[in-house]
Design a protein around this ligand. Structure first.
Ligand code: PLP
Length: 459
């Protein structure tokens, strides 16, 4: 059959709340044109993030009941540890309450002034934790990854020529780690090929630099490798995942993505000395090493979810969802990142709203318009999220102005996705009338979460 169906039945439902355009207009103003500030109840289709928003399976809910809440040595921890070791091959496993907690720990230890972390593309919390330590992060995505409209199979790849050049320029002694983000979230949810992971590994080995994987979407990346990379079609997803991790010295993970958990994360690695330092810090910030900021029930849900996410029927449906929405938008002439990413569809806001200059945040203007038109919440991944100021207070814009529509796992059905496409196409039809925004208040770091904005005309 042609139709790839949702590989599950729905056992429990959650009503969604409808609002009128007039209500949304008021809500958006009250939220200072920042949908992070909108109450979830006022959102019809919430595509803000795929993080922690998954529907858990009946097995995971059953696991929740089995959670062992012992402070030390809980049996849930051992099940969790076994699952992570089995899937990644990394022997030392440290639970954290989410991905950024793992990042905070590792970069507090390895970061600091004068240090550089090189990556295909650092996610915003990863970059923020690196910079908070005093170190610097450098993104080295491949050339194809810089052009949203140009399709290529592995646009998340590291530019390995640039990697070698940067290592030689900075000096390996100043680079505590190279980080491969798979899939490449900020670069459009685009995958990284096994060949690219292998080449990156070889360069790291040559210079004696550890390679860590930001593994949030490891299963989606493995599926893309299976479908797109020569020599992998016959391999199973667990085999491919194991091979990806075999090229690394460790990983950070947010279990809120490819583990179907609503909360959780971990660090895993080979180096016992580094693991000891991480655990020492973990005890101060997260908790005892066998729970690390999580309840036993969360550890159970993660252990189960890590296997469920590698199911090929699930991954086929998952990747088909973003492809389906992307194709509908391309057919309507909407500028989107091509090909479809794993967990999200990315609109190219710069091409969508060419009349809005980067310092009037076209991505954020589009995010607001999608909410106003159809109650859809999305997120800007552009100059509001990544922009910096130069010494004269002039905006240094982000490389791309994207709007991300992240699809929660196992939550929305095909008709929800059809509705989303209709709203986007309607906004595209009215695009000439959309105006830019300016910031009235912002925090020094991760400003997009709390920034307040106003339409440009009001200034
Ligand atoms: C690639 C990547 N790394 C790290 C994180 C941070 O994970 P968490 O939100 O669990 O702190 C995210 C979250 O979206 C992510 O997408």
């Amino acid at each position: 059959m042609r139709t790839i169906i949702e590989p599950f039945r729905i056992k429990s439902v959650e009503p969604i709340h409808f609002t009128t355009r007039e209500q949304r207009d008021r809500i958006l103003r009250d939220a200072h044109f920042n949908p992070f500030q909108i109450a979830a109840r006022d959102v019809l289709i919430d595509l803000l993030t795929d993080s922690g928003t998954s529907a858990m399976s009946s097995s995971q809910w059953a696991g929740i009941m089995l959670g062992d809440e012992s402070y030390a040595g809980s049996s849930s921890f051992f099940r969790f540890e076994e699952a992570v070791k089995d899937i990644t091959g990394l022997p030392l496993v440290i639970p954290t309450h989410q991905g950024r907690a793992a990042e905070k720990i590792i970069f507090s230890i390895l970061g600091g002034q004068g240090k550089y972390f090189l990556s295909n593309t650092l996610f915003d919390t990863t970059r923020a934790n690196i910079e908070f330590s005093g170190a610097e992060g450098i993104d080295l995505v491949c050339e194809e990854g810089k052009h949203p409209g140009v399709p290529a199979p592995f646009k998340g790849n590291m530019d390995t020529v640039a990697l070698r050049r940067e290592i030689e320029r900075i000096g390996a002694e100043n680079i505590p780690m190279v980080i491969m983000t798979i899939t490449n979230n900020s670069g459009g949810g685009q995958p990284v090929s096994m060949e690219n992971i292998r080449t990156t590994r070889n360069i790291c080995t040559e210079f004696g630099i550890p390679l860590f994987i930001d593994a949030c979407r490891f299963a989606e990346n493995a599926w893309f490798i299976k479908c797109r990379e020569e020599g992998y079609a016959e391999k199973s997803v667990p085999e491919i995942a194991r091979e990806m991790f075999s090229h690394s010295d460790g990983c950070t993970m947010s279990a809120k993505k490819d583990a179907f958990a609503n909360i959780g994360g971990f660090l895993a690695m080979h180096d016992p000395e580094l693991a000891l330092r991480c655990r020492n810090l973990l005890i101060i910030t997260e908790g005892f090493p066998t729970y690390g900021g999580l309840a036993g029930r969360d550890l159970e849900a993660i252990a189960i979810g890590l296997y469920e996410v590698m199911d090929e029927n699930y991954l086929r449906y998952r990747i088909r969802t973003t492809e389906y929405l992307t194709t509908k938008l391309i057919d309507a002439g909407v500028p989107v990142m091509q090909p479809a990413g794993g967990h999200a569809v990315y609109l190219d806001a710069a091409a969508f709203l060419p009349q809005i200059p980067v310092d009037e945040y076209p991505g954020q203007a589009l995010v607001c318009e999608l909410y106003l038109e159809g109650g859809i919440r999305s997120v800007e991944i552009g100059s509001l999220m990544f922009g910096k100021y130069d010494l004269n207070g002039k905006l240094i814009p982000a490389r791309l102005e994207l709007v991300r529509l992240a699809i929660p796992r196992r939550v929305y059905t095909q008709s929800h996705i059809d509705y989303v496409s209709e709203v986007i196409i309607e906004v595209f039809r009215k695009k000439e009338g959309i105006k830019g925004l300016h910031i009235t208040e912002e925090a020094p770091m991760l400003r997009h979460f709390t920034a307040r904005l106003e339409p440009k005309d009001n200034s």
